[in-house]
Design a protein around this ligand. Structure first.
Ligand SMILES: CC(C)(COP(=O)(O)OP(=O)(O)OC[C@H]1O[C@@H](n2cnc3c(N)ncnc32)[C@H](O)[C@@H]1OP(=O)(O)O)[C@@H](O)C(=O)NCCC(=O)NCCS
Length: 427
């Protein structure tokens, strides 16, 4: 298998540069892997331009032998794997460099020959070697990545909000909301998001695509989206501290519905005011949002919480600690305490027994020969790292073995963060 395929890593080149066709072939292979329609030259160029802004690295697996006659040529990768650097908010305002993985596909006729395993193993070892303490991804299927040490760390859900007569917010209005041309979000969206990113545990720094999405300059379907509308929230001092971009579902939908494309608010007041605005849109009685937080202040602010119907709770962010000591020492902890953790790691990157000693919220992590309080795989430690997954639940599911009574509960208190962790970024 090793000789059958060559793995190549490269930064996507710009149009006119010698490496551009290789980048185009890679992009096409990703679209094929996710069953998307064939892209136009223009769309591919836009996609590659965004990857260049994001500093993405493309990895492809290429056939070394002669491909079957009439089949795709050897210049088209049979497997793809993308990565880029970003930051993850790990609680209490701390940002940690994170290695993001995306664009993972293996062509059907070459699957289950170990290509994903090979690309993943090599990529994680490289990131580890570059001093990165954590890797992150979002998964198409929840059964794929646990074997590589990734654990589910945050969740999201879809909501449908009834904005008819029952919708009433119990809040004190603060600031104002105004409609804006969505293109202003090309500039404003990254500014508002930067504030949120600095304060929201679980947040992953956004890619170039997001400001274009919010502005209607690009869409998940491909090109620009002329249906996109936008509203901004102004704080009492006049600064824009929140925005929502949304689109109408069409007159044939009953009840008439607006779909939120992106909603980012830097303060609780901005969040509720934007909801107040959405609920006030005439001729519309329903708002849908497919990327809502599981722990949603809106529900608690409504006099009738049943205006919010939640569905499809699902995993969003998967994390993989690459260096236990570095990742734990980077965190600020909610309480003081000591735990000895025995960590297993199928890829052998960061296995060992570690003493985690927290004093005044700061951790010191050392190799330990003492009997462990908790024994767990690196996937489970990665799950509890952001404080959104309870170690007590993992112990009940045999994902954490508790050797000292109460150790899982101590871990829950140690790893807690200042507000519910939530990731606003898909990648
Ligand atoms: C998921 C995918 C990338 C797997 O690639 P692959 O090269 O066939 O995977 P490998 O042969 O390296 O398999 C690695 C391991 O993962 C397992 N595995 C692979 N795909 C799996 C899946 N969909 N569900 C459960 N396990 C899976 C294999 O059984 C193997 O297990 P083992 O090493 O413990 O025996 C490929 O099926 C694919 O392209 N799917 C469609 C696109 C997609 O979903 N991409 C993921 C985006 S997040």
């Amino acid at each position: 298998m090793n000789a059958e395929y060559e793995i190549r890593r490269f930064e996507p080149a710009a149009p006119g540069e010698p490496g551009y066709p290789e980048a185009v072939a890679w992009d096409n292979a990703v679209s094929f892997g996710f069953h998307e329609e064939r892209s136009t030259d223009e769309r591919i160029q836009e996609s590659i331009a965004r990857s260049r802004v994001d500093g993405a690295v493309y990895t492809g697996a290429y056939q070394t032998g002669q491909p079957a006659p009439h089949s795709l040529g050897s210049e088209v990768p049979v497997a793809t794997f993308g990565s880029q650097q970003s930051t993850l908010n790990i609680g209490f305002g701390r940002l940690l460099d994170a290695h993001l993985i995306t664009g993972v596909t293996v062509r059907t006729s070459h699957r289950r020959r170990g290509l994903l395993r090979r690309m993943m193993t090599e990529d994680l070892a490289l990131a580890n070697g570059n001093g990165i303490a954590i890797a992150a991804l979002t998964a198409s299927e929840a059964s794929i990545y646990g074997r590589f040490g990734f654990g589910m760390a945050t969740a999201e859900q879809s909501i449908t909000v009834d904005t008819g007569a029952k919708f009433r917010l119990d809040h004190v209005p603060e600031g104002t909301v105004e409609v804006a041309d969505p293109t202003v979000l090309l500039e404003l969206a990254p500014q508002v998001f930067a504030r949120v990113h600095g304060e929201q545990p679980g947040s992953i720094g956004r890619q170039e695509f997001y400001r274009q999405l919010a502005a209607g300059a690009s869409s998940r379907e491909g090109g620009p989206d002329a249906k996109v509308k936008a509203a901004l929230h102004y704080a009492p001092d006049g600064t824009v501290d929140g925005y929502v971009s949304y689109r109408f579902g069409g007159w044939d939908k009953t009840p008439a519905t607006m779909e939120i494309i992106d909603l980012v608010a830097a303060t609780p007041a901005a969040y509720l005011e934007l909801w107040q605005y959405l609920a006030a849109i005439d001729l519309v009685e329903r708002i849908t949002w497919n990327e809502a937080p599981v722990d949603n202040p809106l529900t608690w602010a409504l006099t009738d919480p049943r205006c919010v119907a939640a569905s499809n709770p699902r995993d969003l962010l998967w994390l993989r600690i690459l260096d236990v000591r570095q990742a734990l020492e980077a965190r600020r902890f909610a309480t003081d305490g000591t735990l000895v953790l025995k960590v297993t790691d199928g890829l052998g990157l960061t296995a060992g027994t570690f003493a985690l000693e927290v004093q005044d919220g700061t951790a010191r992590v050392t190799a330990s020969t003492e009997a462990p309080d908790l024994e767990l795989d690196i996937a489970a430690l990665s799950s509890i790292y952001l404080g959104a997954v309870n170690p007590v639940s993992l112990a009940a599911a045999n994902k954490v073995r508790e050797h000292t009574a109460g150790a899982a509960f101590l871990a829950a208190r140690l790893f807690a963060v200042e507000r519910p962790a939530h990731c606003l970024t898909h990648f």
